[in-house]
Design a protein around this ligand. Structure first.
Ligand code: ADP
Length: 487
């Protein structure tokens, strides 16, 4: 098979910029395809927090035409260690030199995001021209990279990109990049193309919709989510369009990074452990309890959450009726620790409840180290998501022998086996759907009962989870097959 040139466009790439799972996926997917012999390059903005002196500076700046205007950006690059994958950073002080990817922490979205991510998308083409390297596949990830596919179908359709296939990868259909119509001009596209390219949306413009219209192929991050987005309930008004392009839609399960999320080697953990000796896990639990200010009462399970604090992740049901469900879970008894940032009202409600409930601790911050300790030190990991395209944190939990309790949706359904369904192969528990506070409490009561009264059953579930492998190698193979299959 001839190796492919693959250019990925993304607003987030770990470890340079991350707000969620998208960032974790990029370098690992790129590496997996690199290992299969393909040449992969990634392009992203150089945000304020990305230190320039650690990167290679390209001698000449890059001009990016955006309609009547031309923007000049600096170009920096680096290699993903152990691979041939180059990450390119577009440096524009005024537009990208900010603390925050889409907004300042907790603040409103930046008002110039159309221009910022339009520039990133158009910049991908200019970069390829500068490098004299043309992709067979242009893979745009989520709404910020969506305009790239519109440029491919319009301004860049005839020249050196005429054979390039555009793929849009949906990491979350709930975020579409919807803006007022007067912002369209910043993209530098012909105004008469707004409808043809799929931007027009209820009097405004919709980045994601344009990408769905313009893409040769559409992929998403789990088979389950790939089916759910075809239905009106989880289609976010895009199900009609997605059904029209069903023949080029693929759901490919993300892998996870076992170099980073591995209890045998994790340098962010105070204690290492493996499936043959879970003592280190118990010590991590004690360390986590200390961090949370919890008592170390034997027999009381510790439940962890690491999540964006947004409605999608099921927090409404946890905090509704003055935190009724959380109060009942604490009374099971169980201790709960939550790490996250997000919607202000959820942050506030959780923080208020934590002041009141001795079995609840809430850390409103973004912290990699604490996230690792929660994954490793908890007995259960909670994900009551209303929808979940793939979800990585439940996979991390499984790797650390922490039993996930999840909503049976999207990637959660594809990665966790419910004890109610098959006790012999079970790795976790499902909440009843539709999700309710009562349903959550009942499921947690069941799970914590098994923890207290059937330790052998609980342990068998832990070991089954730890033995699983959601590897990037097979995800890379699926992407390769998918790219090659595109008409
Ligand atoms: P999503 O992409 O919807 O946010 P995922 O489960 O796919 O959900 O990925 C979330 C990623 O972000 C995981 O790597 C998780 O550990 C990380 N994360 C989320 N919130 C925090 C936080 N407050 N501190 C540290 N890491 C976090």
């Amino acid at each position: 098979m001839t190796p492919m040139n693959i250019l990925m466009v993304s607003s987030e790439v770990f470890p340079y910029a991350k707000s969620g799972g998208l960032a974790d996926v990029l370098p690992k997917l790129a590496e997996a395809l690199d290992k299969r012999g393909h040449r992969v390059k990634i392009v992203m903005p150089r945000y304020y927090g990305i230190t320039r002196y650690l990167l290679d500076k390209h001698p000449a700046p890059l001009g990016i035409p955006m309609g009547d205007q031309e923007y000049w950006v600096g170009v920096y690059s680096t290699l993903i260690p152990g691979t041939r994958v180059e990450v390119y950073f577009l440096d524009h002080e005024q537009l990208f030199g900010r603390d925050g990817i889409y907004s300042e922490a907790g603040g409103p979205e930046f008002p110039d995001n159309v221009l910022r991510f339009g520039l990133l998308s158009r910049g991908a083409f200019q970069l390829a021209k500068m490098l004299n390297w043309f992709p067979d596949i242009l893979q745009a990830h989520d709404w910020p990279a969506a305009p790239a596919l519109a440029y491919l179908k319009s301004l860049e359709s005839a020249g050196p990109f005429r054979k390039t296939k555009g793929v849009f990868t949906i990491h979350n259909l709930g975020y579409q990049g919807i803006f007022s119509q007067d912002q369209f001009k910043y993209l530098g596209l012909d105004p008469s193309d707004e409808t043809r390219l799929g931007f027009s949306y209820h009097g405004g413009i919709n980045f994601l919709q344009a990408a769905l219209v313009c893409a040769h192929g559409i992929s998403t991050v789990s088979p389950g989510y790939g089916e759910e987005i075809l239905q009106p309930e989880l289609g976010f008004a895009m199900d009609g369009l997605l059904n029209l392009k069903k023949n080029v839609l693929a759901g490919i399960l993300n892998g996870m990074d076992y170099d980073i999320w591995n209890p045998k080697t994790d340098q962010l953990l105070p204690f290492l452990y493996d499936e043959n000796n879970l003592e280190g896990k118990a010590k991590n639990k004690a360390a986590l309890q200390e961090l949370a200010g919890f008592s170390q009462t034997p027999g009381v399970p510790l439940i962890g959450m690491v999540s964006r604090l947004v409605t999608q992740k099921g927090f409404a049901h946890l905090v509704e009726n003055d935190g009724e469900a959380l109060r009942k879970i604490c009374a099971l008894p169980a201790q709960i620790i939550i790490l996250g940032t997000g919607e202000k009202h959820i942050e506030k409600k959780l923080s208020d409840l934590a002041l009141e409930l001795p079995h609840l601790q809430v850390f409103i911050r973004y912290n990699e180290k604490t996230s690792h300790l929660i994954e490793a030190g908890s007995d259960f990991f909670l994900m009551p998501s209303l929808y979940e395209p793939c979800g990585l944190t439940q996979m991390y939990a499984l790797s650390y022998g922490t039993i996930p309790i999840v909503s049976p949706t999207g990637g959660l359904k594809d990665t966790v086996v419910d004890r109610g369904k098959n006790p012999k192969t079970a790795t976790g528990y499902y909440f009843p759907i539709p999700l309710t506070g009562t349903g959550m409490v009942e499921t947690l009561a069941k799970a914590t009962k098994v923890y207290r009264l059937q330790p052998k059953v609980h342990r068998a579930m832990i070991l089954r989870g730890m033995a699983l492998r959601f590897d990037w190698e097979s995800a890379g193979r699926h992407y390769e097959e998918y790219f090659l299959s595109l008409p």
